[in-house]
Each structure stands twice: as C-alpha cells, then as structure tokens.
Design a protein. Structure first.
Length: 442
C-alpha cells in the first residue's frame, strides 16, 4: 500500500473511532440537550421544550416501571435523587430517553429532620460541591426536563438557612446549565408562610412545586392567599394521606379502597390541575410503584405483586383521553360480620369470624382472591415524611381456592391488625381494601 492510501485509511479509521467514542460518551447528535424554558404568555405560564409546549403528565417513578408509565400515556417522571436505588442518573435518563419520557431530576439536599445542620458551613459547602458534580455530569442529557432541588425541606424544620443553600444551588445550576429550570418541592401542601419565605429567600428558583394529598382542592386558595403568582407543578398528589383520614377509636387511620382512590384521583385531577390552566404546568402523581407507609397498599399505584390498581386506569384515561383495553376489577365493599372499616371492628381472641367482599370486573374476567392479616406497624416505628418504614410480617395468608368472596378466620392474639383482600383478574390488574380491627381477650 502506498503512502497516500495508508494515510487515507488511517484518517478514516480515526474518524470512525471518533464517532464511536462520541456515541459512547453520549455526545453524538442524538444526545444534545433540549432547551427547556418557562414562558409567561399574557399571564399564562407554559413550559417549553425546544420551543414546543410541554404540559407535564408524569408520576413519581422508578427505573423498573418506566415502560408501563410510557404505555399509559405519561410524558415524564420524577425522581427524588440523582441515583435512584441501584441505578445511576445517567441510566435513568438513558432509559427515559428511549421511551420518550422527560425527567424531573431530583437532587438530594440535606433535611434538618435527618440531622443536617445548616449552621455547619463545611457540610453545606461539601453538599454544594457534590451537587455541582451531579449537575455537570447530567446537564446535557436530552431527557432532562427540570432540576428538583430538595424534597420537603420545609417539613419539621427551624433553620431558615436551608433556603439560602437552595438559592445558591439554583444560582449555580443557572450558571452552568442554562437549559433547564429549577424548582423545589414543598411539603404540607402550600402553607402561606412557607411560600412567602421561599420566594423571598430563593429568587433563583424558577417555579415552585407542591406536595399535597387530601387537601389538594384547597391548593388554589392557599396559593392565592400567598404572594406567589408564578407557575407551579403539583409534584406529589394521590390518595388521601394517612394523617388526613378518619381514625378508629384506637387511633389507626382508615385507608380508602382501591375504587375509592380511583374516584378521587379523577376528581382531584380535574378540579385542580386541569382547572388552573394559567399557573399549573403539570403534575407528578404518587407513586408509580409500591411502598410501605402505614400499609403496603396506601400510596403505591401498584401492588407488591406488581399488579396495577384502578387508579392507573384513571391516569391512563386522563393522559390519553381513552380507557385501557382491559380494566381493573372494581371493589365495591369489604366487611367483617357486616361491619366496614369505619365501624371500629373489635374481635375476641380465638373466636371465628366471616369477612365478605364484593367485586365486579368490567371485562368479565375471572377473579382470584387473596386474603391476609397483618399486624399494624408499631407506632414507634412509623415513618415521617415518606421516609423508609419497615413492613410487618403476615399473621395469616390464604390465596388458594378455599376462600373466594367469603373468608372465615379465627381472631389472633390481642393487638391491632388489618384484614386485607386482593382481587386479581389474572391479567395484571387487581383491586384491594383493608379493615383495621382490634383483638381483645374474651
């Protein structure tokens, strides 16, 4: 081979290797950052991605549920940290990008209730530098939508310096990443004093995000009573919170059935998110997954088994304006000896009792039932603010054909329990409900 041909071959090889290298590090043409901006057009706020309006139809999600999120019509998801579980921020963004989803990337900011001290300048600076590295690493990813700085930093806190830290982080992000807005997520719905304090101390935050459950219908009023007139996202919403529902006479919260939850999801989305078209730029429903918090069924849109509940049908309808092809079973009632969850059910140790459930399936699918009894989470082990909570061990579990709509059981040792029923259609969907009950001695 002559010298010119050799040089030509080397040049081509170098060029091809460069292209491969660029693809490997995520800098090829398909991996350019999108310009996301918040626009105020005649008093109406619009989030835009590369100049196109983008209304957030999302959920608080994890890496392993993204496919179903996209299938049901969502366009985005929210994380609570850059690295969720075993997956890195880049892995989350890469998968979201393949599925056509955008990500509100959560940034962990120390909470006072976790023991973080905002008077400790060294700790605050160390946190700042850690976050700066996270932002630099991910800022050019095309699936990135918004930076969520901290989660519920106003929950049970006293040191107002936390907002100075948040503002400094937002200012840093704006300097090194001009393509993505910043927000911070506020707990307890929308306390007027918290809103006013944050907008005063955090002028670098582009818009606020609110996390509110049973009180969500009052969100517009709370915002109007404050000095805030900007855009907002409802970054967590869903069933009525365990702190908001009626309690038993022994002070245990009464959980809504899966059908009751589905009905209130529809109502709350229409009356709040869709109603405020001027300031609300979208929402993230909670939780596109499963978690233990007071019960294993309270907040997750999925069961521990991986089955979808009826609230997912509702979100599918709200996001796609059509119902899914196969619907979840509808649980109409659950009773123990004719009493429901609101009737302060008390049982005697060793006595036999009968529970009954009524379920219909919109598609006529055959229903299979699972019954279980769980002790209540000890009060001293109950979590706060969505932090980790250890689940309790089952006392009884039946999932065979012995029991269907009727479950006969003996009351266990004295204590506080819940009877759960799960009605599955065999196609990945289920309905559920539970009754708290107190066992006493004879």
């Amino acid at each position: 081979m002559n010298t010119k041909k050799l040089q030509h071959s080397i040049a081509i090889s170098i060029f091809l290797m460069s292209i491969l290298a660029l693809k490997w590090i995520g800098l090829d043409n398909s991996m350019k950052p999108e310009r996301v901006e918040l626009v105020n057009k005649n008093g109406k706020f619009i989030l835009k991605c590369n100049g196109k309006p983008f209304y957030v139809k999302g959920a608080g999600s994890g890496y392993y549920k993204m496919e179903s999120l996209a299938k049901h019509g969502a366009n985005s998801l929210r994380t609570w940290s850059v690295n969720e579980g075993e997956k890195s921020g880049k892995e989350i963004l890469d998968k979201a990008h393949k599925l056509g989803l955008k990500v509100c990337m959560g940034i962990v900011v120390g909470n006072e209730r976790w023991g973080f001290d905002y008077n400790d300048e060294e700790a605050v600076n160390k946190q700042f530098e850690r976050i700066k590295k996270e932002v630099i690493e991910l800022k050019n990813h095309p699936a990135l939508l918004v930076w969520g700085i901290g989660n519920e930093l106003n929950l049970n806190y006293k040191n107002k310096k936390v907002w100075d830290a948040v503002n400094n982080i937002a200012a840093m992000i704006h300097k090194i990443d001009p393509n993505h807005p910043t927000t911070t997520m506020l707990a307890a719905g929308a306390l007027t004093k918290d809103i006013n304090l944050v907008i005063k101390r955090c002028p670098e935050i582009d818009f606020l995000s609110f996390q509110i459950y049973g009180d969500i219908l009052n969100l517009p009023k709370y915002i109007n009573e404050s000095d805030y007139r900007g855009a907002y996202i409802v970054s967590e919403w869903g069933p009525t919170g365990h702190w908001e529902v009626p309690k038993t006479s022994w002070n245990r919260p009464i959980e809504e059935t899966s059908h009751e939850k589905a009905e209130i999801y529809m109502k709350r989305y229409k009356k709040v998110m869709l109603h405020d078209s001027k300031h609300c730029i979208g929402s993230f429903v909670f939780l596109w997954g499963q978690k233990q918090e007071r019960t294993p069924t309270w907040y997750g849109l999925f069961l521990k088994s991986g089955e979808e509940t009826e609230a997912i049908d509702v979100m599918h309808f709200l996001w796609k304006n059509e119902w899914p092809e196969n619907r979840c079973p509808i649980l109409q009632s659950l009773t123990i000896e004719g009493k429901n969850a609101n009737d302060n059910v008390k049982l005697k140790k060793g006595h036999q009792y009968t529970a009954n459930v009524k379920v219909i399936d919109p598609d006529g699918d055959m229903i299979k039932y699972k019954w279980s009894i769980l002790p209540e989470v000890p009060r001293e082990k109950q979590s706060e603010g969505g932090d980790f909570e250890q689940h309790t061990n089952e006392v009884l579990e039946y999932s065979n054909n012995e029991f269907r709509e009727k479950f006969v059981f003996s009351a266990p040792n004295p204590g506080e329990y819940r009877l759960f029923v799960y009605a599955s259609d065999g196609k990945g969907h289920a309905a559920t409900a539970n009754i708290p009950f107190l066992v006493i001695n004879n």
